[in-house]
Design a binder for this molecule. Sequence first.
Ligand code: 5AD
Ligand code: SF4
Length: 475
Amino acid sequence: MSERKEAKVSLEDIALQNEYIEIMKAENEEDYEKTHKKKKALIVTYGCQMNEHDSEKLMAMLDNMSYEQADNIDDADLIIYNTCCVRENAELKVYGNLGQLKPKKAKKKDMIIAVCGCMMQQPHVVNEIKKKYRHVDIIFGTHNLHKFPQLLVACRQKQTMVVDVWESEGEVVEGLKAARRFSLKGFVNIMYGCNNFCTYCIVPYTRGRERSRKPEDIVNEVRELGQEGTKEITLLGQNVNSYGKTLEEKVDFAQLLRMLNEVEGIERIRFMTSHPKDLSYDLIEAMRDCDKVCNHMHLPVQSGSSRVLKKMNRHYTREDYLKIVHDLKREIPGVAISTDIIVGFPGETEEDFNDTLSLVEEVGYDSSFTFLYSIREGTPAAKYEDQVPEDVKHERFNRLLNVLNPIINDNNKKLEGKTLKVLVEGLSKTDKTKLMGRTETSKLVNFSGDKELIGQVVDVKITKAKTFSLEGEAL
Ligand code: 5AD
Ligand code: SF4
């Protein structure tokens, strides 16, 4: 068993991983010579886009090691769970999945099971896996994703559980290619980590302190994507609005958007997530001025009560938030606003909850992710004594959806009869005779049109609005 704690990643480290990739590739190819069956790997991803993108990076490594993508668990020689610990539910699912793999592994001894991601940055989770899930082969964390090839080789050689989780973040790791699942759209990390310590949130403990990538590295990556045919990029960071604070040469997020707007080939630029406390007027102006930056803002509010926001350590009031919404709507006509809301934060009273309901009405959201507050061990709010009973949380959650859904539906209804620009992503999932794509405001549209349109931005006339999608016809 190897356990190492360090935080520096150099270019040599990345080069070293390429050597391990070659070792695994040779092993897999040799195996193919004998069996005429390619080794297959499956990555199961939980959580946010950041994790999705990390999985794309792992997928690129697997590709280079000559693994084929497996369709399901039974088909896989290597399974990686990329975990999330933002809420308890996601964690329970991972434990459940690992439990189910035990009998499968007993039958298929050379199957490799790896777990990585945010859950592994919590020592109690790693201890639990070491104790109760001894059939797991490799454990690694969010800060040493690049080391996966080396850990895989070590696991093949040692036949014991390989555990390598770094306690703290390294420098920004450059040079890791991602296998883009869908080349029309690409995720691009612009920063890692978070310094905000919202009292409910585990992320600052698992993803480390905030650090930004250099603008030139980001621009180069986006330029390459543009050359490869990617049309839409989503810039990722826990709090993109504070981009640049750790850079020697100061470039802020608004300036970064203006730089990226010039990159050829890219037609749409999205970003997430924005923290209201750091959202500048410069950013609103950059959104307004840059034709490629989509008129959609994901702006988590978490609660409509200033009292609760203070206890959450969010550093803005209800009024501050509403002012930003007002400015956005004034400067960017037709802007869509989406949000995250937590129901049942400790001490949330009926009055606080009603403030959330009234805020939702006042903003008129286009979509929302709504969550039941989930106790996260190690965060300040986990120790608060005024936890809200589960039945009250559920009841408020349902009441919130009953207010939210008609608002979202009404917003969509206003689009009926309008012609919108849609980036055509492929065939519709619900009706294979139709196409599907997204509007600039990120609304899903199923519409009739020629398959040849896939990959293009086309005009679609909206004929019918539903709560979670639109229907239309290509013009
Ligand atoms: N309980 C419920 N929801 C949470 N989130 C983060 N931590 C918790 C928690 N402990 C939600 C927030 C955040 C989103 C990614 O997850 O709304 O914006
Ligand atoms: Fe968590 Fe708050 Fe950081 Fe978002 S800003 S990742 S909610 S601590």
